[in-house]
Every structure is written in structure tokens, then in C-alpha cells.
Design a protein around this ligand. Structure first.
Ligand code: F6P
Length: 584
């Protein structure tokens, strides 16, 4: 069903009221906290295992009231229901958007406010539950075989290294989750991730591997992505060369030799794709291919078969827990009133900062080293989804869209870019993420003789930074406070912290598979909320296409074809000419 025309959010009364408040807005977190002893409690919410403190945001009851009205005007709840019911809200590709169906229990709640499982969840003629759970069963059966050693390579050895070849959503999700859940990875198994078409990537990732114990997963929704297919061919070449060198496969150009190489591919390559015909054309046995569907966007696909590498690494039980985490947040999003709905509130705050306080970017700062790829993952999720200049009916957007997401784990970032967040001229809202229980509860047995006591719990020391940073950003340090420390007058201003720098603190019990799923779903629904307010299709990505087309057009010129070179503009032509001169 086609979507109705989006509202123009800027024409609403709520928007106008927010504009009025934003004009000359002077936030005062010190004052607001002093005046309201219950502020932290009022603005702290629970979503599944995530405790989310919004109190250090530049928000008052009045502002929040207007933002919530805006969400109602834009129909956030209704559009979410339309999404999870299978309506084609990805209008430019005429597709349903059903990543939420990937993680709900078979027959679990899906539509509207029904708490009873629907009799069958059929979208566009397909039984979604049957397809999702059928594929999951297949992925899990395969994962078990790799984990218990019953899946062996062509020489009979068990698999020790899984190399996922994919890019964008077929890479960022699996690698981020694998890194996040390292403590859950089965001993003796390692995953690596090849994404870049820069040959250094596959070279480095395979250089020290034993082909007899290596399994490649070619992950590509379309199975047409230049980078992935090139890397897949390079991997196949590597496998044949290395196995050929040891005599494990034949290098003969005979039907028998070819058969021996095909047999090796069958044992060392599997694929994940929506295009199973192309998988077969590449030479991967369709028996060893795991499907998914066009209603799963690439950046929303880590919880589909695209997560096969993760399922192998952490096992089916871990992966089920991961899916349950997503589902818990989906249910929170579906059933919680807007005023307590964490993804909605966080999305609305982003709208407030982007459209009214003119923030350009948004930092995500995990105080969890295992989440070190989370900001990179969010960059695709948020910017490929909401970096749009037209609305879902093709009309121009009426306001700015899509913040620039970026970040690094704390405390590393503190020693790099936090200076700008604390004292720079730009407004940078930041999400701080931490877990209470570390995977490795190390103690500093000696301490430093001063601030760090012998036997100090290092995770607590780590989280002291998490708490300190949001406090410093919110409340700052006044000139009087700086002077009171005996600071020379000429450097007082340089040492003032203005404060009123907004942060959200997210605290979870531990970095379990479920919590990782919860965090991903949280941001998916934040993106959804913002996209709905802006009236954009957050599920297409046409902006990545032109560069891909031009690369294919330019490739012959770079390869020395004079006519193709002559067809380029003068800048591109001279750059390619210079490249050819420099190239040995
Ligand atoms: O170029 C962007 C993109 O289309 C992403 O949306 C997608 O995740 C990525 O490329 C990889 O695509 P595929 O999984 O089809 O290889």
C-alpha cells in the first residue's frame, strides 16, 4: 500500500512553538537541576535492560511537550505499526520494511496493539514467520556443524577461521557484533572481515591463514556489489593457489582438475544473499547458501543470515539471545506511550538539536572497548537512512535532515577530540554508553599510591570517567570556580567550561548478546522516529549509486583506454593521467 503524503513538520503549531523557544534559548542545566530535585528521576527511563538518563539534555517539560505533539502530528506510532505490519513504507523501492520480523519469536506479536499472535503473518504472499525461522534453523544447523567440527574442509580438517566477505551492511553489522561479543566466541574459532576492494585488505586478512581450515562467507544482499564479488574471486583464487601448492587440489586444466577445485569451493565457501541464482553462478552450491529478503535493508540485516559469522562465533543460543534483545526493544517501541518511549524520546531530542539548535553532528561514545566498531556501524545506519533531501513523496524536505554521527570509545576519545566537545564553539549532543559488569574484572593490585588505591577495581575507575565526563559537559566550570583555584587571571577564560553540553547516558548490566541487540534496535528506532518527523524514506539509499556507476565507467580509463580517458572531464582526466605516470 502506498504511503500517504508526509506532513510538513515545519507547518505545525508544535514546530512553531519550538522555533519560538529556540530563539534566544539559554539552557541552564545547573539551574534546572537546582530547581528540580527530581529531574534525574523524571528524565530517566527503562527500555528492556537499558537505563537511559536523558536529564542532562537541553530539555524542559515545555520543550518535551511540543516535541511529543510533533511526534503525534507526524504519526510516529501509526507509521511504526504500518512498518511492522508489512506496508510498503520504502516507497522508492516499493518494498515492505520488516527487519522487526527477523527477531520476533515465531508467531509473536507483530501488528497493531494485538498481543495475541496473528494466525499467520503473510506479507506480499509470503509467510514471513515460516521464511524467517526456516532460514534461521538452516543457519543454526550450519553454525553447529562448524562449531562441533563436523563441517570439515576439503582435506578433512575442521574450520578454525571464518572470513566474512561483504561491505556496508554486509560487513559493518557482523564485524561490530563479533567485536562486541568477543568474550562469547568459541575457543579455537576466529572470524575476520574483508570489506575493502583495496587489495591490501584481503591480502592482510588471509596472509597467515591455513586454507585447509578457512571458511569464506560471501555476504551480499544483491550479490552484485563490485567490492564483494572482486574479493570473493580473490579469495577463491587464494584458496586454489594455496591448496594447489600443497597438492590438496589439482591445478590441472582438465575436467578432473576443475572438479577438484569445485569440490574445494563447496567445502570452503558459503554465501548469504537474496539472489541465490547469482550465488550459484559464482560456483557456490545453493545448498550452502542462506537467503534473506528484499524487505530487509542492508544496514538492518545483521539479525538475518547476514549474521552467519556471528552465529558461528557465539553459537545459536547466543544468537537467539541477541535476537531476543532486539525484540525486547521492538516491543518497547510498539507498546510504550510516546512520553516514555525511549527511542522516540531520543529521536525527538535529535530533531530538537538538529532543527532548532542547529547541531550538525552527534557523537556516540561507548565506554566499552568491545563496542569500538559501534560508531562506525551507526554511521551507516543513521546516515545512509536519514541523509535525504527529498521526502517519501518526492517533494523537497522542509528542514535539515540526517546528523553526522561519529565517535570512538571512551576513554580514548577523551584524550583526542573531547576538547572540542567541552570548550569548542559547536553544539555536539553525545550519547555515552556503558555497562556495569565488565567481561574482565581486573584489579590494579598496587594502585598508584595517590588517587588509585591498591586493589582498585579498574572497571569502576573506567566508569568514573563515564560519570565525570557527562557531569563536566552538563555543569561546566565557571570563571569564579576557576579563580577560586588560584588560577592566574590571564588564563581564567581558557580554563572555563561553559557547560550546557547535552548528553544522554545509557547504562546496561553487561555487554551480553541481548544487550547488543537492544542497543542496535534502539538506534534503528531512533532513526525511524527522526525519518518519520522529516517525512523521508529512511530505507532507500539512492545516494550511493552514482559513484558506483561512474567507477565502472571510469575503470577502462584507469586501465589505459585512451578513448575512455578522453571522455572524462579535465580534472578527472588529469588525475588519472598523473596516476598512470606515477604507477610503476
Ligand atoms: O552501497 C551501499 C550498499 O548498497 C548498502 O546499502 C549495502 O549494505 C551495501 O551496499 C552492500 O550491499 P550488498 O549486501 O548488496 O553487497
Amino acid at each position: 500500500m502506498a504511503e500517504s503524503a508526509p506532513i510538513d513538520p515545519t507547518a505545525t503549531d508544535a514546530w512553531k512553538a519550538l522555533e519560538g523557544i529556540a530563539t534566544g534559548f539559554e539552557p541552564d542545566l545547573r539551574g534546572w537541576f537546582a530547581a528540580d530535585a527530581g529531574r534525574a528521576e523524571t528524565y530517566t527511563f527503562q527500555a528492556a535492560d537499558l537505563t537511559v538518563d536523558l536529564s542532562k539534555n537541553l530539555v524542559t517539560e515545555e520543550i518535551l511537550g511540543h516535541l511529543l505533539t510533533l511526534a503525534q502530528d507526524a504519526g510516529v506510532a501509526e507509521r511504526y505499526r504500518a512498518m511492522i505490519s508489512g506496508e510498503h513504507i520504502n516507497v522508492t523501492e516499493d518494498r515492505a520494511v520488516l527487519h522487526t520480523a527477523l527477531r520476533r519469536p515465531d508467531g509473536g506479536p507483530q501488528t497493531g496493539t494485538d498481543l495475541e499472535p496473528p494466525a499467520g503473518f503473510v506479507v506480499d504472499g509470503a509467510d514471513i514467520d515460516a521464511e524467517v525461522h526456516g532460514t534461521l534453523d538452516k543457519v543454526f544447523a550450519f553454525a553447529d556443524k562448524v562449531r562441533d567440527g563436523s563441517w570439515v574442509g576439503v582435506t578433512g580438517k575442521r574450520i578454525e577461521t571464518v572470513v566474512n566477505i561483504g561491505i556496508g551492511g554486509s560487513d559493518l553489522g557482523p564485524v561490530m557484533v563479533y567485536e562486541a561479543l568477543k568474550p562469547y566466541v568459541q575457543a579455537g574459532l576466529e572470524c575476520r572481515f574483508v570489506s575493502n576492494i583495496d587489495p591490501s585488505d584481503i591480502y592482510e586478512k588471509t596472509a597467515d591463514l591455513d586454507p585447509e581450515t578457512t571458511l569464506f562467507i560471501v555476504a551480499s544482499k544483491t550479490f552484485g556489489t563490485l567490492e564483494t564479488l572482486t574479493n570473493a574471486r580473490l579469495a577463491r583464487q587464494w584458496l586454489w593457489e594455496r591448496l594447489g601448492a600443497s597438492g590438496a587440489v589439482s591445478t590441472d586444466q582438465t575436467p578432473e582438475g576443475e572438479q577438484s577445485r569445485t569440490d574445494a569451493v563447496a567445502k570452503h565457501f558459503v554465501a548469504v544473499s537474496t539472489a541465490l541464482d547469482k550465488v550459484a553462478a559464482f560456483g557456490i552450491d545453493p545448498e550452502n547458501a542462506f537467503g534473506f529478503w528484499d524487505w530487509v535493508g542492508g544496514r538492518y540485516s545483521v539479525d538475518s543470515a547476514i549474521g552467519t559469522s556471528v552465529a558461528i562465533a557465539i553459537g545459536p543460543d547466543g544468537f537467539r539471545d541477541f535476537l531476543a534483545g532486539f525484540h525486547a526493544i521492538d516491543e518497547h517501541m510498539r507498546t510504550t506511550p510516546l512520553e516514555k518511549n525511549v527511542p522516540v524520546l531520543m529521536g525527538l531530542l535529535n530533531v530538537w538539536y538538529t532543527n532548532f539548535l542547529k547541531a550538525q553532528s552527534h557523537a556516540v561514545l561507548p565506554y566499552a572497548q568491545y563496542l569500538h566498531r559501534f560508531p562506525a556501524y551507526l554511521q551507516q545506519l543513521t546516515m545512509e537512512s536519514n541523509g535525504k533531501r527529498v521526502r517519501w513523496d518526492g517533494s523537497p524536505v522542509t528542514t535539515d535532515t540526517g546528523e553526522i554521527f561519529w565517535g570512538e570509545p571512551g576513554t580514548n576519545g577523551q584524550h583526542a577530540f573531547y576538547q572540542l566537545i567541552h570548550q569548542g564553539t559547536r553544539l555536539i549532543p553525545a550519547d555515552f554508553i556503558a555497562v556495569a559488569n565488565p567481561a574482565h574484572p581486573l584489579k590494579d593490585e598496587t594502585g598508584d599510591g595517590h588517587a588509585v588505591k591498591p586493589g582498585a577495581d579498574v572497571h569502576s575507575l573506567f566508569l568514573a570517567n563515564f560519570f565525570a565526563q557527562t557531569k563536566a559537559l552538563a555543569f561546566g566550570k565557571t570563571a569564579e570556580e576557576v579563580r577560586a583555584e588560584g588560577t592566574a587571571e590571564n588564563v581564567v577564560e581558557a580554563r572555563v567550561f561553559p557547560g550546557n553540553r547535552p548528553t544522554t547516558s545509557i547504562l546496561a548490566p553487561a555487554l551480553t548478546p541481548s544487550v547488543v541487540g537492544q542497543l542496535i534496535a534502539l538506534y534503528e528506532h531512533i532513526v525511524f522516529t527522526e525519518g518519520t518527523i522529516w517525512g523521508i524514506d529512511s530505507f532507500d539509499q539512492w545516494g550511493v549509486e552514482l559513484g558506483k556507476q561512474l567507477a565502472l565507467q571510469i575503470a577502462p580509463a584507469v586501465d589505459g583506454d585512451q578513448a575512455a580517458l578522453d571522455a572524462q572531464d579535465s580534472s578527472t582526466k588529469s588525475l588519472i593521467a598523473r596516476y598512470l605516470e606515477l604507477r610503476d
